[in-house]
Design a protein around this ligand. Sequence first.
Ligand code: NAD
Length: 459
Amino acid sequence: MSTGASPSETVSSLRSAFDGGITKPYAWRLKALKALRLLLIERTAEIEAALVADLRKNPAEAQLTEIGFVIAELDYTIANLRRWLRPKRVRTPLLIAPSSAHTVKEPLGVVLVIAPWNYPVQLLLVPVIGALAAGNAVVAKPSELAPATSAVFARLFARYLDNRAVRVVEGGVPETTALLAERFDHIFYTGNARVGRIVLEAAAKNLTPVTLELGGKSPAYIDDTVDLDAVAHRLAWGKFMNAGQTCVAPDYVLTTAAIARRLEPLLTTVIREFYGTDPAQSDSYGRIVNDAQFERLTGLLADLPDGQRIVTGGDSDAHTRYIAPTVLSGVGRDSPVMAAEIFGPLLPIVTADSLADAIAFINEGEKPLALYAFTNSKRARRALLTRTSSGAVSFNVPAAHLLVADLPFGGVGQSGMGSYHGERSVAVFSHEKAVLSKILKPDTFNLVYPPFTQKKDAF
Ligand code: NAD
């Protein structure tokens, strides 16, 4: 729902609210977080329907990864916020004794949250929770590519939250470009790296700090120390949830040819177990968000390079934007599916002869958002942990690290900058201000004053 206000009117009215001190009291923050919680509880049905319309997301999956996920983050924040906001004492050096020092968190001001379409609830609201908990005024910009969810939040934010300080601005590229021309005190962007650069450039003009939550090709390394049937279940869950449109989905499998041969039939069986013989009929399986993404993904299946074969899946329906959960084997390292993040339900299996070969291959690419390793070998775990760089490493389970609120969630290098979740979300949207206090009299500081006599030089 558009208020009809221009971006500059919106930002300046939020700034007046912030400058007026509305958002700073703990009570206001708590009330805002509780209002958001109430919105999610009372309007679950509307939000679930929007997710079905945008992505055919199953309500049970939506609870785990969207609505319930956000409620858990809210509950954790509400329970701990007072403690997180407490001033933190630090030690002072002898030279300035007696004195005391501490840090306090102050809100940054007016912040902008730009969200993508793939988890349009979680990736809009979890940053907003941090921004509100830290006492900021917020502009939330949902993705125009999840229009039903965007409209629901535009309508419900207006009803449930204090609109003097919290607004949804809907729209696509022109609207976001106009917003980015405004001066914010922090910009929190989730999406692809191309737009990440646009956001960073716009922010640079005002020296606005940014958080960029981007993507990349997250590998799933598998060795022969693990039960492959269990691995197939975990992999298929992480990959085919939301039809593969998950930033932390395992992008591809990296394993030996012998393990690949054993894994392939197991993945076929698990996919049937999860989604039936015809996944197009399954309520548990999502759809591709739009025609452009559908064409990009089916393009990857149209001309398979020599040696690459479909183990299972491969069929699609343009009308409903359905692409079957698909496993590809014999995938060369220079195959088109390996050129960029897949972001869809295609799981290529790439072979690596050894752990060293796998590590070398991972290190040839950009730093991934997550590295998954299915191994019980201590040596392999240590090697992967210390010889590769990624936003996160998770052993024997994909994507679940997001559920740990005390783990920072974010990328490194091309997969992003900055991290959030839990207490860290409050830190992202706060300035940690240094405070020092020293008594004036008696003047215990006179040792440092000029003139610099020999006695002072010795000091
Ligand atoms: P998207 O197309 O919805 O874009 C994200 C946001 O950027 C939207 O709000 C959109 O309006 C805005 N935008 C698009 N073009 C713009 C432009 N030219 N100028 C200004 N703003 C613009 O989503 P997407 O980028 O397709 O999302 C998918 C990507 O996001 C994948 O690479 C995925 O890995 C990544 N991702 C990362 C995370 C994470 O938490 N790290 C989560 C989800 C998705």
